[in-house]
Design a protein. Structure first.
Lengths: 480, 891
């Protein structure tokens, strides 16, 4: 039975309102051979609740958000400070009014980056030798060097990056985008989170309708691994499972026949059919072997260190091509409290080629124009070192978290390619120009998608909420 | 004068700015200011000299500039106060925005407004610099003392008359005494409740549908009261009981079970943001959180009067007590204020403190009053009659309460722990445990030192042997060299001795490494044992600070920008009296609780009875159980709501009595299946209750029911949820660790797989794991928020869980085993299965369909010579039944 039949069966469309499309829609999307053949299967009905539209003409249609979990060190990657390099290993006196001192930083020793950060491309954007692949696409990036956020701990900062608030339960930005714009492809969920962070709020829909929640996906490396939880049965053959499912549906319809109408029941009946199809269709969707060797290599698929992120980035491109509105890819490993000189090159190696590969691929396909790529951690790291043991030599020190300023970049989607915006002080600690709060980043992202961040609101418990809280302004300087 | 007005379109939320961000602003501006001071700034001579002239100058020259260039973002008229600043009243620029006052009269060089229009610092207006002439007008105005006669502005927030009209909102009115209405069909109603419902229906020309059958009623009341379906025996007993007391007997029995508190206590926990984790950062375990959870369950089971329940949770530490038990109970109760999502990492401790207070105030407002008091943190409430002063009157009470304290190191803070008084028995028990613990520790330490000593010996032996070896090698090499034959200089001379010595070294190293591995494990065990040594019982609980005091308004929620002091007190819309003088030495929490439960406060009782109603009927009389404010919905049956609220108070705030009365009403017993065309047309959402609402089971009821029907549910009497006794489940126990001790849920106690869900660990920062993972799929509450009603979604993930999870297949198999234990043919077994899972007799058509299903499977499966194939067939059928809507719902 197709979903269309189910709709006919119920004779109504209300069931969709209580039915989150979850991952189910994907199964129907057919990103397979006959790419969009089934695209309008149930045209327009999946958006369920209040599909909005842009407030003005958008520059971008979709977002790929590359979340660098842990807090990448901007001082080693994008923001060199001669003052710090000159004083490497010596005590400095940074401006940190009213701060509690954390463990291992009380000596305030300047820590220089190990590898040079050089001008790249036509734009001369500064990028470290640690990211040679990204350096190749420097002219596509729009680097913000003075971004700041409110909290210095991973969990609240991660939550703020994703929901605007560092505490409480608010809708994640991916769900706001879906809520504001609906889905580009009615059969796809508007929001996918690849290798999602552990906190479910980062892809949750909060008080927005459940249909806007993100679907967590992992990219399977083999046939035994499943892209989403509970996708594979426990040792029951497909035939047997179908027989059992038919029995469930017979019982369900019997009960439904007794009541005049019930959205909940109809929603579950539809969900079962979707879920059943997902089992066969999803593996095809996430099967990256359909991509050419050249493309796979460009991302770094099959290379030990890059493989996981490469698969995630390539899947992100496939999803964006098919019309998913917001795709998040999480890449971890950036939390370098100790031995940053040993560990940072590893993390860079794991992410550099996949990320650059994604930019190149999008560019090649003409997708970069209307795809906004965002690269950011939840915060940055201190210019002074951290030494948890208190006894190791400076070369083995790491860096502490720093919410006061850090680097993030945009690419494509109507941002100014090659622009470096904002400046920090001699320490690389406080912004001195072009200061951008995460709320401003959110406002700018919404703006690029054609949404006025002050207009996109949702009423909950008597109040209107928005992604940017009562804050945020569009960073006009970064708009192309 | 309300100077802080935000965009009316903008949402209004607490505005909390980090000190640091504020600071960098200030630093930034100070730099600019100093450069300004050195500049040659022209101050105009011949300024107007008296107020009339000043006024004229102001109105003629200054106002037009402000209106033209500033009012779009900084005025009441536009409804915008960017950066917290409005410029259309004198008080607006006096107070200024986030960066402080904008104008210092007479001092243009110190006025941020002037710096901004000069484009030195924040560049205002951002759309383009003013003309020199316009800048001159503003400079001259400031230099001359900034005369500004404007005291009020249009739309300056809720005027006092507006506040007055808001006060007339239904929720703030005293409870009305309503007589039970007359109805035409007087024979229909069984309880007063029924007549309230029926009279509304009759007024619309409607009539309720028929009663639900007795099977449906029994399953309904069992699930609603205990979260568990009835057993086959209970069904048979009830159906066999034809006395008029049959239903009463069932209800009275259910109210006495421990399961009642397990179900209703969980409802309460939803309002507290309860988890077994402190805050969200770093998986810090809330070791004693379970005591609060058990306290809540016990309170429901004891039918503790709800007013007392409130008093204990807000001020248990300040209440008199008669025994160690009572003291411990009351202290534990205050965990209410601590066990939600608390901020615990924040370098700026002043900010942390006001954020904690805000979280507590939000919880108190939501749980007891269904108000969003937090809205008034930065400005008067937009919709409700809650001025900003009210927020700080209440906040002062919680700010005088010690909830968190700074950890010894770093930026961490923790909820306050108190040692609970022990009974003699508890003490004796602990003494015994201490002895056992020390014995165990002794054994571990002995092994530790034995291994350490042995390793030292081994190291010495290795060293000696290696020295011998290298000496031998050297000798051999020298010998070879002296023979002048470098080519054969391979140390022939060392020979066999050397080989065996090498073997010895490698064996010794192996032994040492094995012992080191064991030592590492031992160290962990010792560390774990020391950390979790038997201690007197402790709980997370609050206490008053040393010097309770009134609180200052924080400007836009900035802990470092303080305004006037507000005396501690309560919501002005309900009494609003200050905390009495004789209580000023304390935080005032006890008085806060007393105000909440006073007869003059109509909100608390309305809120609590509405919550109870919603849990039983599916929809509240006020449909949003968490918000009774002006933009919220009005009650569908206001007279009934007040009737119940009053009755609740008269009956000594007994929740059990109210619940009993409600479930024994005829309304509660209506069919949820039967249709009625007229009613469906007139009231499709069933807000008038012409039938019972159908509801999907919540996550706990679903998992617990699955365990019960498969015969695997085990009783528990509570206790620690986190299995921290397994060393692998925790880390950072070393006192020198940089981060606080944390947990990971890798291993569960065997019994946790079969205990009721309310006892399982609750994580805030990640999906629920292990035996409780079902909660991730079926709309479990977000333990970071306070919410009295869960959402109900149907998403394919749920279908996938029902089809493919091991929880479902294990349950189906266990249920099939139970079925196969019962004697008889398929027919009898099916009858048993239906009764056990759906609580009703199987219908004839279902019987034939099921037999056909079994036969079909048997044909397929029995071809395989599998002894368990009968079990497999039945497992499939059981699985189908457990995944069906009827099982998932309470009809």
């Amino acid at each position: 039975m197709k979903v269309t039949d189910l709709i006919r069966l119920s004779g109504r469309r209300e069931w969709l309102q209580s039915t989150g499309c979850g991952f189910g829609g994907i199964a129907l999307a057919g990103m397979m051979a006959d790419k969009f053949a089934t695209a309008n299967l149930i045209s327009g009905e999946f958006s369920g609740s209040r599909p909005a539209g842009p407030h003005f003409s958008p520059r971008a249609k979709r977002v790929i958000f590359l979340f660098m979990s842990g807090g990448p060190s901007q001082l080693d990657l994008f923001d060199p400070k001669p003052y710090i390099s000159r004083l490497h290993g010596e005590k400095i006196q940074p401006p940190i009014p009213g701060h509690e001192v954390t463990v291992g930083v009380d000596r305030y020793l300047a820590l220089a980056p190990e590898l040079p950060i050089r001008p790249r491309g036509q734009s001369g954007m500064l990028i470290s030798d640690l990211m040679p692949h990204l350096a190749e696409v420097a002219d596509e990036l729009c680097l913000m060097k003075a971004v700041h956020t409110d909290n210095e701990a991973h969990a609240p900062a991660t939550l703020q990056l994703h929901t605007g608030a560092s505490i409480d339960v608010r809708p994640s930005m991916g769900s706001w985008f879906g809520y504001g714009l609906g889905s580009e492809n009615q059969n796809l969920p508007s929001f996918i989170s690849i290798h999602a962070p552990s906190d479910v709020r980062t892809f949750g829909s909060g008080f927005l309708p459940a249909s806007h929640q993100g679907t967590p996906v992992s990219v399977p490396r083999n046939a035994q691994e499943s892209a989403i939880q509970y996708l594979q049965g426990s040792g029951t053959s497909a035939d047997l499972q179908r027989q059992r499912l038919d029995m469930v549906q017979r019982l369900n319809r019997r009960l439904l026949d007794k009541v005049t109408t019930d959205q909940q029941m109809e929603g579950m009946i539809a969900s079962f059919e979707m879920a059943f199809r997902m089992q066969t269709e999803t593996p095809k969707l996430v099967d990256l072997s359909q991509e050419t060797q050249a493309i796979q290599q460009m991302y770094g698929i099959g290379e030990g260190r890059t493989d996981r992120n490469a698969r995630a980035c390539l899947l992100a491109r496939r999803m964006s091509e098919a019309g998913v509105r917001f795709i998040q890819v999480t890449m971890g490993g950036w939390d370098h409290h100790g031995n940053i000189r040993g560990a940072l090159p590893q993390t860079c190696a794991e992410t550099d080629k996949p990320v650059a590969g994604l930019i190149k691929d999008l560019k090649m396909r003409g997708l970069l124009e209307d795809t906004l790529v965002v690269w950011s951690g939840e915060f940055g790291r201190t210019p002074w070192s951290q030494d948890l043991s208190g006894t190791s030599p400076i070369e083995q020190h790491g860096r502490e978290h720093q919410p006061e300023s850090f680097c993030a970049w945009f690419a494509g989607g109507g941002t100014k390619a090659g622009l470096t915006f904002g400046q920090t002080d001699d320490f690389g600690f406080l912004p001195v120009a072009g200061r951008v709060h995460l709320h401003d980043v959110h406002a700018t992202m919404l703006h690029l998608l054609g949404i006025d961040h002050e207009q996109l609101t949702h009423r909950h418990n008597g109040r209107d909420y928005r992604l940017t809280d009562v804050f945020g302004s569009v960073v006009k300087e970064v708009l192309a | 004068m309300n100077w802080q007005v935000f965009s009316m379109r903008a949402p209004c939320m607490m505005a909390t700015k980090r000190l640091c961000s504020g600071w960098s602003d200030v630093l930034f501006r100070l730099g600019l200011l100093s450069s300004l001071l050195s500049a040659n700034v022209q101050v105009l001579a011949g300024a107007p000299s008296d107020d009339e002239v000043r006024k004229e100058y102001f109105l003629k020259n200054v106002v037009p500039v402000l209106q033209k260039h500033c009012s779009e973002c900084h005025s009441h008229q536009s409804g915008k106060a960017k950066g917290g600043l409005v410029l259309d009243t004198r008080s607006g620029w006096e107070k200024g925005g986030d960066s402080g006052p904008s104008v210092v009269p007479g001092k243009p060089e110190e006025s941020l407004l002037i710096a901004a229009v000069r484009y030195r610092g924040p560049e205002m207006p951002p759309t383009g610099k003013l003309s020199d002439e316009e800048i001159g007008v503003l400079e001259r105005w400031v230099a001359d003392g900034a005369f500004d006669p404007r005291t009020t502005a249009a739309n300056a927030g809720p005027a006092s008359s507006d506040m007055e009209s808001r006060r007339s909102h239904w929720a703030f009115q005293p409870l009305t005494m309503n007589s039970v209405p007359d109805v035409r069909d007087s024979g229909w109603s069984e309880a007063a409740v029924d007549r309230f419902i029926l009279s509304k229906l009759e007024a619309r020309g409607l009539h309720p549908v028929s009663d639900a059958d007795r099977y449906t009623w029994l399953r309904r009341v069992c699930l609603d009261l205990t979260g568990l379906p009835p057993t086959v025996e209970q069904i048979e007993q009830f159906i066999g009981d034809e006395s008029p007391e049959a239903r009463k007997n069932v209800v009275d029995r259910l109210l006495k079970t421990r399961s009642f508190g397990e179900r209703w206590g969980r409802h309460w926990l939803d309002l507290t943001g309860f988890a077994d984790q402190i805050g969200t950062a770093n998986d810090v375990f809330a070791e004693h959180a379970w005591r609060y959870r058990d306290y809540v369950i016990d309170s429901y089971n004891k039918d503790k009067p709800f007013d007392q329940f409130i008093r204990e949770q807000l001020a248990g530490d300040l209440l008199p007590f008669e025994s160690a038990d009572q003291r411990a109970e009351q202290l534990t109760a205050t965990g209410f204020l601590l066990l939600g999502d608390l901020t615990i990492v924040e370098a700026d401790k002043a900010k942390l403190q006001i954020d904690v207070v805000d979280q507590q105030l939000d919880k108190v407002g939501r749980a007891f009053l269904a108000m969003t008091i937090g809205c008034a943190r930065c400005h008067d409430h937009k919709f409700d009659p809650i001025p900003q002063d009210d927020y700080y009157a209440l906040a002062g009470i919680l700010n005088s309460t010690q909830s968190v304290h700074k950890a010894a190191w770093g930026v961490w803070s923790f909820p306050t722990e108190v040692v609970l008084p022990e009974t003699e028995l508890q003490r004796a028990e602990r003494m015994m445990q201490t002895v056992q613990h020390q014995q165990r520790l002794e054994v571990l330490r002995q092994e530790q030192s034995k291994l350490q000593a042995s390793n030292t010996e081994i190291d010495a032996a290795i060293q000696a042997t290696e020295a011998t070896l290298s000496q031998a090698a050297l000798t051999a090499r020298n010998a070879a060299r002296s023979e002048g034959d470098a080519a054969t200089g391979t140390g022939e001379g060392a020979g066999a001795d050397s080989t065996s010595l090498s073997t010895t070294v490698s064996l010794l190293k192996k032994l040492r490494d094995a012992q080191s591995a064991r030592l590492r494990k031992l160290n962990e065990e010792v560390q774990h044992a020391v950390f979790f040594a038997p201690k007197p019982p402790r709980a997370f609980a609050v206490q008053d600070v040393a010097e309770p005091a009134d609180m200052k308004v924080t400007i836009r929620g900035n802990a470092h920008a303080l305004g006037k002091t507000v005396p501690r007190g309560f919501l002005s819309v309900i009494g609003g009296e200050p905390v009495p003088n004789d209580a000023a030495e304390t935080s005032g929490r006890r008085e806060l609780a007393a105000w909440l439960v006073s007869e003059q406060n109509p909100l608390t009782t309305r809120v609590v009875v509405n919550r109870i109603w919603q849990k039983l009927f599916g929809e509240g009389i006020v449909s949003n159980v968490d918000y009774f404010g002006l933009p919220g919905e009005h009650p569908t049956h206001p007279e009934l709501l007040d009737y119940l609220a009053q009755r609740f108070m008269v009956q000594g705030w007994s929740q059990k009595q109210l619940i009993r009365e409600l479930v024994l009403s005829r309304t509660y017993g209506l069919s949820s299946i039967e249709g009625n065309n007229d009613a469906q047309k007139a009231d499709p959402e069933n807000r008038l209750l012409w039938r019972m609402n159908r509801r999907r089971l919540d996550a706990e009821a679903l998992r617990d029911s699955l365990l019960m029907v498969s015969g695997r549910l085990i009783d528990s009497d509570g206790g620690p949820a986190l299995p921290l006794e397994y060393p692998e489940n925790s880390g950072s126990l070393d006192p020198a660790a940089v981060n606080p001790p944390f947990f990971r849920l890798g291993r569960f106690r065997p019994e946790q797989h079969f205990e009721r869900t309310v006892y399982l660990p609750i994580v805030r920062s990640a999906p629920q794991s292990g035996p409780g993972e079902l909660r991730n799929v079926f709309d479990f509450t977000q333990p970071a928020e306070f919410s009295g009603q869960r959402s109900v979604t149907s998403v394919p993930t749920q279908a996938l869980f029902l089809m493919n999870s091991t929880m479902m297949s294990d349950t189906a198999r266990a249920l099939a085993e139970r079925v196969l234990e019962s004697p008889g043919e398929d027919r009898q077994r099916l009858e048993f299965l239906w009764l056990r899972t759906l609580g009703r007799p199987i219908e004839e058509s279902e019987l034939s369909e099921s037999i056909a299903f079994l036969e079909e499977l048997r044909r397929g499966l029995l071809t395989a010579t599998d002894a368990g194939s009968e079990l497999k067939c039945w497992s499939q059928l059981c699985h189908a039944l457990l995944a069906s809507n009827e099982f998932l719902m309470r009809l």
